[in-house]
Design a protein around this ligand. Structure first.
Ligand code: GTP
Ligand code: MG
Length: 334
């Protein structure tokens, strides 16, 4: 009966090259990283970016119809109505002033506008002081546990001592899922039995982290409870338990959002943000959507930085979000 809740866990050995980016580690050729990003963003590139190019192809002038069609396309690509309206207000003004004269210049300008929207002051986590506590939240199935495993793997590669806390005691097999990951990446997991109090596991996790001098503690939480109110109350309680043990913690409240859910992701972030506060976003499954525009929408509409993007099921497919690289990958030729 719980079969549908038991997730497929990708084999971490199924990876070409354990790669990491700036700020996490260095020395790996960025070209390989970019190639993988480009490949994994193929659906978006082949989706709305190609449709955009088809619209622009063969046109000599920028007419109002072209602008209308493009505008609609970007909304359909999950870029968000307000964000797209703002972009096109500027574009129309530039066309009117004859600053933009041909479709190719329009494409270039659009790419630049998107890149500018994505540029936010800081997307990096400092990982200090220790224990640095990351509370991971989000609705069910968005990729919390997988993201935690990928993140723990990366941090471990960097030489950090990581500890995972299985505070999703609600879903059958959730503890087991995190434990399996822990074994595969060789990271300890603090757990209680399924159905027990998540705050109690968190308490034990924090105690263990302090005792063992752990660098980073990552707390996995449930995505679903009997009601939304229960879920939020539980998260608040977990938060309180963490703060009691380490005053300024959690240092990062990372919300995991699924890119394939489009604009819904934004309402989820708002909902969780109001209840427990959110300091960063991990946007997963970008490889699974042809509408990567959600990245632009989130960056423009939310005051919270996108820390990581999930671009696949392999261990190295959690990337630190790099706006410039991202735009290059989706607008790349070929
Ligand atoms: N293609 C792809 N799949 C992903 C990505 N991140 C997570 N997944 C998959 O999404 C599914 C759900 O992931 P989980 O990590 O179990 O999600 P969760 O949020 O912990 O789910 P609950 O524990 O039920 O709340 C799994 O099959 C993952 O492999 C990603 O970036 N790309
Ligand atoms: Mg989970």
């Amino acid at each position: 009966m719980f079969k549908k809740w038991i997730k497929k866990i990708p084999d971490p050995s199924d990876q070409s090259d354990p790669v990491q980016e700036n700020g996490m580690e260095s020395g790996t050729p960025r070209l390989g990283l970019f190639k993988r990003l480009k490949e994994q963003m193929g659906k978006t590139r082949g989706g709305f970016v190609r449709q955009m190019d088809q619209l622009l192809l063969g046109r000599q002038d920028i007419d109002p119809e072209l602008l209308d069609e493009l505008e609609e396309l970007l909304v359909m690509a999950d870029m968000g109505v307000t964000t797209v309206q703002n972009i096109f207000e500027k574009l129309r003004a530039e066309v009117k002033k004859k600053e933009l004269q041909d479709p190719l210049a329009l494409r270039k300008r659009l790419k630049k506008q998107i890149a500018d929207l994505l540029k936010v002051p800081s997307t990096k986590i400092t990982w200090t002081p220790s224990p640095f506590v990351v509370l991971v939240i989000g609705v069910n199935g968005v990729g919390k546990t997988t993201t935690i495993a990928k993140l723990a793997y990366r941090l471990k590669q960097e030489g950090k001592n990581v500890l995972l806390v299985a505070a999703d005691t609600f879903r059958a097999a959730a503890v087991e899922q995190l434990e399996t990951w822990g074994k595969r990446i060789d990271v300890p997991v603090i757990k209680h039995s399924a159905g027990s109090d998540p705050s109690a596991v968190t308490f034990d996790g924090m105690e263990a982290a302090i005792k063992k001098d752990v660098d980073v503690v990552i707390v996995d939480t449930a995505g679903r409870l009997h009601t939304k109110v229960n879920l939020m109350e539980e998260l608040k309680k977990i938060r309180r338990v963490i703060s009691k043990k380490v005053k300024e913690a959690p240092h990062e409240v990372l919300i995991v959002l699924d890119a394939t859910t489009g604009q819904n992701a934004i309402s989820q972030a708002n909902l969780f943000g109001e209840a427990v506060g959110v300091t960063g976003i991990a946007l997963t499954k970008l490889d699974g959507t042809a509408k990567g525009g959600i990245v632009v929408s989130i960056a423009d509409q939310m005051q919270i930085p996108i820390r990581f993007i999930g671009i696949g099921e392999k261990m190295e497919d959690l990337r630190q979000f790099d706006p410039e690289e991202f735009v290059e990958a989706i607008f790349a030729e070929g």
